[in-house]
Structures are given as structure tokens and as C-alpha cells.
Write a protein that binds this ligand. Structure first.
Ligand code: PLP
Length: 453
């Protein structure tokens, strides 16, 4: 069993957190909170470890918001970006191209067995979702069905927070203030397996959710452009997990009713759930697949929309306006693409998909205690995402649980960010068995401290 790595000497003056709260408006944060507690200033990272300004180490148990795959300061990714920097740092992608963007597009096409052979580039996940929405609707316009301009998302879905993506995000906390700015969408039952009643299996819940989707499509399909789904795990939606059967049923229903399927793999793609793409676990391909977060291994902003020949072909025309004109200044940035290529090279040379299956078993073993702890419910795991919820009674007795758990985990040298009553870990793929055991022990101690009063 390993221990915390030796502290490294301070490299920053200790007041960065104070200065930050005055000048930086932090995301997903009530800034009032930082009047009392300054944000934690990170001076450096190495592997799964982050070091604060005082040199204290924290294990990055959530891969820095699910982006980091191969650890901080990974030598192979660092070298790839440095090498690319010496060639060309950035060039516009309209009318020009460059080796990293071509190679990355070819490799992603190959990883989908060329089902999704066309890659469109942006920088953040929300933009990728908006691009998929625009492409889907534009496709229907080009093919004589311009009335198809509505979208379906699942309850508890999260697809980003720009206005278009936010319309597909069913998280009241993020949505409520902007409701009057966004267009209505159809929200259907999530296949979240925690909703099982009586003897129901996850497959039964999936069938029930598919029936709800079917009912809506029966009524409304002529107006529906696409259904968007986070395959296998609705991450921001409290790590809700579902059976791959749902993806098969949803694929069939979309085909029957002439509706696109968008698989948002921004969080679950890139080996996170046990296959390279989460859709592979259901042996289906969507019409659009969005990637971001892990695709550049947590190094640089990059997002990609992959689509089929059918979609791509519908935009070919001698009319400029029938092309897909969405423009973005940093589209296909060579440095970001080189980070992604370095990540894909590691997947291949280090057999990461197989390695992650072994790691997932280690994670399961280390957190076995959560299954028999009667303060906890809904222990669940898909690949390298492991989550459990606080028992509802326990949650009522401890209204401050979320922030206390975050705080006590930091005391134990662990960075986690519980979502309400849901505690989860989603570590980088370079985590060792010893580090997993350390993480499990630290989370158990933090849980005990958080539930003490
Ligand atoms: C994070 C996330 C997004 C948004 O990505 P950003 O880069 O934060 O805009 C969209 N969809 C899913 C499933 C995500 O997890």
C-alpha cells in the first residue's frame, strides 16, 4: 500500500487563493462561499497528484472534471505538444489543413470502424452539442423535412450550458434562471437503473424508459430532429447508470421513426466505461457522436463531432448556403490535436482498454465496503466510474453533507466533488492499485467525519 508522496517545496507565494477570489469569477460556484474560504491554489501536478501552493498533495480522484486520462505532466503528451509547437501552433482550418487534424480524424474514423468517418472540430463540449443539433436540423432541411426542429433529451441529462446545449440539460439548478432564453425540448424518462421497482432489473427499467420514448415518437416524430443521450452514465445527473439495452432500443426507435440519435460521449468516451466509445457496449453507432474532455487527455480545449456518410453527403452541393458553415476560430487547433494523438498512441501502446478493465476490478474490490455500509445506497459502477448515494434518511439528517464531504476529503489528501448526496470517483487511468486503496480508505474516513454530527 502506498502512502502520500513526499511534499514538494512551495513554488508559489501563499496568497494566490485570496487574489483569485477578488479577480477570478469561478465556474459552478457561489462566489459568496469564497469570501470565507479561498479557492485552493494549485502550483503543479504529477501523475494523479496535484500540489497546492504549500506543497501539500491531493489525489485527483475526479480527473480534473473528467478530463485527465493519463495523469498530470505526462511526459509523452508533454513531448508531443512541445514537438508540435516547434512546427505550427495554430492555423485556420478553412481552406487549410495540417497533419495532426488529418491524422486524428482518420484515427477516430477507424476507431468507429468508419461508421462515423467525418470529424467537425470545436473547442468545448457545449459547442460540440450545439454543432450536432445544428447539423441534425440542417440535414432534415436539406432532405425536405424542415419542420423537424425539435429535440428530445432524457430527464437528468447534462449536455452543456450555452443556450442551445442548456435547452437539452435537465438540471434545474443550471437552467432555472435562463428558462426564458431557451427553447423548449421534450424530456423523456431516463433509464437510470436506480428507479427499479420491486423485482425490476436494469433491463426492465430500460424497457420502461424506451416505452416512454416510443410513446412520444408515435405522437411527434415528424417534428423531431434528434434524440440526445449520454450513453451508459449520465455523469452530471448524479452518475445515473443504465443498461446498454436502452441504447439498442433507442437506436431501433430512432430508425423506425426517422429521428437522429446523438450520442454525447463527452464524459463517457475515450475508454472510461470499459470500451473506447461507450456506445460499443451496446453494439450500436449513433448518427452523431460528440467528444471533448478526455479526448485531449485533459491538456487543451478540444471537441469533436463525428458523423456518418449519410449526414455528410446531404451537405454536398454547389450552393454555399447548403454547406455546414459553423465557424470557430480555433477549430482543429494543432496543439490540441497533437495532445489527442499522443493520448490515442498511449491507448494503443499500453492496451488501455484492457488495462482499464483490470483497474475497474481493483476499484470494485477497494470500494467493496460501500456495498455493506447501511448509511449508503445504490452502490454502482461502470468501468472507471464508481458512485454511491447517501441513504435518504442520512441525507436529511446531514444537510451540509456535500460541502463537508468535499472538505474532509481534502483533509485526507483527496480531491472529490460530490454531486448532492452522490459521492463518486472517476480517476485518471494511470492510478495504481496502492493509490486506489489509499483513495478508498481516505473516502471512508472523510465519510465518517462528515456524518459525525
Ligand atoms: C461536460 C459535458 C458537456 C459540456 O462540455 P464543456 O466542455 O464543459 O462545455 C456536455 N456533455 C456532457 C455529457 C458533459 O459531461
Amino acid at each position: 500500500m502506498s502512502t502520500l508522496p513526499a511534499s514538494s517545496p512551495p513554488t508559489l507565494p501563499p496568497d494566490w487563493g485570496q487574489r483569485s477570489r477578488l479577480s477570478v469569477w469561478h465556474p459552478c460556484t457561489q462566489m459568496q462561499h469564497h469570501q470565507e474560504v479561498a479557492p485552493l491554489a494549485i502550483a503543479k501536478g504529477q501523475g494523479v497528484w496535484l500540489y497546492d501552493a504549500q506543497g501539500r498533495a491531493y489525489m485527483d480522484c475526479i480527473s480534473s472534471w473528467w478530463t485527465n486520462l493519463f495523469g498530470h505532466a505526462n511526459p509523452r503528451i508533454n513531448a508531443a505538444i512541445q514537438e508540435q509547437m516547434g512546427r505550427i501552433e495554430h492555423v485556420m482550418l478553412a481552406g487549410l489543413t495540417h497533419p495532426p487534424v488529418v491524422e486524428l480524424s482518420e484515427q477516430l474514423s477507424a476507431l468507429t470502424q468508419h461508421h462515423l468517418g467525418h470529424a467537425f472540430y470545436a473547442s468545448d463540449g457545449a459547442s460540440a452539442v450545439e454543432i450536432a443539433m445544428k447539423m441534425s436540423h440542417h440535414f432534415w432541411r436539406q432532405t425536405g423535412q424542415p419542420q423537424k426542429n425539435e429535440f428530445i433529451c432524457l430527464s437528468s441529462s447534462y449536455h452543456g450550458e450555452t443556450l442551445g446545449a442548456l435547452s437539452l440539460t435537465d438540471v434545474p439548478l443550471f437552467r432555472a434562471s435562463y428558462e426564458s432564453l431557451i427553447k423548449g425540448v421534450h424530456t423523456v424518462m431516463s433509464p437510470d437503473a436506480r428507479q427499479a421497482q420491486g423485482e425490476e432489473t436494469p433491463d426492465d427499467v430500460a424497457k420502461r424508459a424506451a416505452q416512454a420514448l416510443s410513446d412520444l415518437l408515435m405522437r411527434r416524430a415528424q417534428h423531431i430532429s434528434a434524440l440526445i443521450v449520454e450513453p451508459r452514465v449520465q455523469c452530471a445527473g448524479h452518475m445515473a447508470m443504465h443498461s446498454p439495452l436502452y441504447l439498442q432500443l433507442a437506436r431501433d426507435l430512432c430508425d423506425q421513426h426517422g429521428v437522429h440519435l446523438i450520442a454525447d460521449e463527452i464524459a463517457v468516451g475515450c475508454g472510461r466505461t470499459g470500451t473506447f466509445f461507450a456506445c460499443e457496449s451496446a453494439q450500436i453507432w449513433p448518427d452523431f457522436l460528440t467528444l471533448s474532455k478526455g479526448i485531449s487527455a485533459g491538456y487543451l480545449p478540444l471537441s469533436i463531432v463525428l458523423c456518418t456518410d449519410t449526414v455528410y453527403g446531404a451537405f454536398l452541393s454547389d450552393q454555399l448556403a447548403q454547406g455546414f458553415l459553423h465557424s470557430h476560430s480555433y477549430s482543429g487547433n494543432p496543439l490540441a490535436c497533437s495532445a489527442a494523438l499522443a493520448a490515442l498512441a498511449i491507448f494503443e501502446s499500453d492496451h488501455i482498454v484492457a488495462h482499464n478493465l483490470t483497474l475497474a476490478r481493483t476499484l470494485e474490490e477497494a470500494f467493496r465496503w460501500t456495498q455493506s455500509d447501511d448509511r449508503l445506497v445504490h452502490h454502482r459502477q461502470t468501468g472507471l466510474i464508481l458512485a454511491f448515494d447517501l441513504h435518504p434518511q442520512c441525507a436529511r439528517d446531514h444537510p451540509e453533507f456535500t460541502s463537508r464531504m468535499h472538505f474532509h476529503a481534502l483533509e485526507q489528501g483527496l480531491l472529490i466533488r460530490p454531486i448532492g448526496e452522490t459521492v463518486y470517483v472517476m480517476p485518471p487511468y494511470v492510478i495504481t492499485q496502492g493509490e486506489i486503496e489509499l483513495m478508498s480508505k481516505g473516502i471512508e474516513r472523510a465519510l465518517n467525519l462528515s456524518l459525525k454530527h
